[in-house]
Write a protein that binds this ligand. Sequence first.
Ligand code: GLV
Length: 389
Amino acid sequence: MTKIASIFDLETLARKRLPAVLFDYIHGGSEQQLTVQRNLDDMRALALRQHSLRNVASRDTAATMAGDRARIPLAVGPTGLAGLAWPNGECEAARAAAAFGVPYCLSTCSIDSIEDVADATKDADQPFWFQLYLMKDKQVNERLMRRALDAGCSALVLTIDLHVQGKRWADEKDGLAVPPRLTPKNVLDMLVHPRWLASMAGSRRHTFGNLEHEIEAGKSVGSLSKWIEAQFDPTFDAGTVRWVRAQWPRKLILKGVMHPDDARSALELGADAIIVSNHGGRQLDGAPSSISVLPAIAEAVGGRIEVLFDGGIRTGGDIVKALGLGAHACLSGRACLYGLAAKGYDGVLCALDLFEQELHDCMMLAGLASVHDIPPGVVTAQPPLGRAR
Ligand code: GLV
C-alpha cells in the first residue's frame, strides 16, 4: 500500500507489521468487546446537520487542553506498550506530537521511561503529560509523581477505572507478557514479522521503563506484568483522588469518568479536567459508549471543569461530533498507536495530519468556522426518515 487515505489504512498496516500478540493487545478490548464496538457504532450513528450558505474560508481549530496549546483539539492519549510497537515508540510518538503541536500523554505502562521522553522532547516547546495508574504501594506512586514533576510534565492524568484489569481474552490466549512470552506460537509469529523483529533490535528498552526498578531485586523481568496487575488497587475511591490532589501541584485530569455523579465529584475534588472515557472498551465490558454519556456529563458540570473525551475517534468528523455534544477537546489512543505501529514517528504525524485535514473538511462541509462554536443541533441522532427539519 502506498497511499494512506485514512486511519483505517494505518490500522491495516499496523496489523501487517506487528506480531498478533501485539496487534491484538492494541486493537482489542475486554471480554466480548461489546463496549469497543459501541464506541465505534454510536459515533458512526450520529448525524451532522450542515448549513451550506456560509463562508468557511477561514477556520479556527486551535485550542488549549489543560492549559497546553493544541493545534487541533486532540491530544495523543496514553497507551501501554507503545515501545513494543515501534523501537523507542513512546519517544517517537511524543516527538511527533510535539512537532505537530498537540499534547502527548505518556502511560505508566510505557516501555520508554518518563526520563527518556523528557530527554527526547527537551527541545520542544510542548510539555508532555503523564498518566498515572495508582499502585497499592504508595511509595511507587510518590516516586512516579516526583519523576513526572522533575521531568516537567504539565499535567497528571489519573486513571480512575482500573480497580482491576479488564480481562482481555485475546491477550490471555496469546500469552501477552512484557516482554512477550517466548511460546512456540509467539516465536513463530515474530519470525513471520521480520520487519518488526529487526526493528526492535534497535530499541533501547524491552520492558516497562517506569516500573522496572520497582520490582524486588532478583525477580525475573517476565514477572513484571504480573507484579503490575497485582498492584492495581480495588480500594481506589474519592479519598485516593484527594490524596493525589494533595501531592500533585500541577494540572490534574481524571480519566475514566462515565457518570455525571463522578464528574461532579471530580469538581469537588479539585480536578482541573475530566476525560469522558471507557478506556477504549478495555475495562468494563458492557459499559455504554463514551459518546452516549458525554452530553449528560457535560450538562452536569456546566462548563465548570474542562470536559475532554475519548472513545471511537477515527476521523476529524468524529472530533466535531464530540465537540458538538459538549467536549472541549478529545484524545486519541488507538488511532495514533496504529500510526506508530505502522510507521513510527512518520505514522503518528500521518495520523495527526489526517485528523487535521478531515477536521477542516468536516467544518467546511458542515458550515462551521470555529471548533469553539458548534451550535446545538449540528450533531444529532440520525432523524427518523422524513422527520429532519
Ligand atoms: C492499558 O491501559 C490498557 O488498557 O492495556
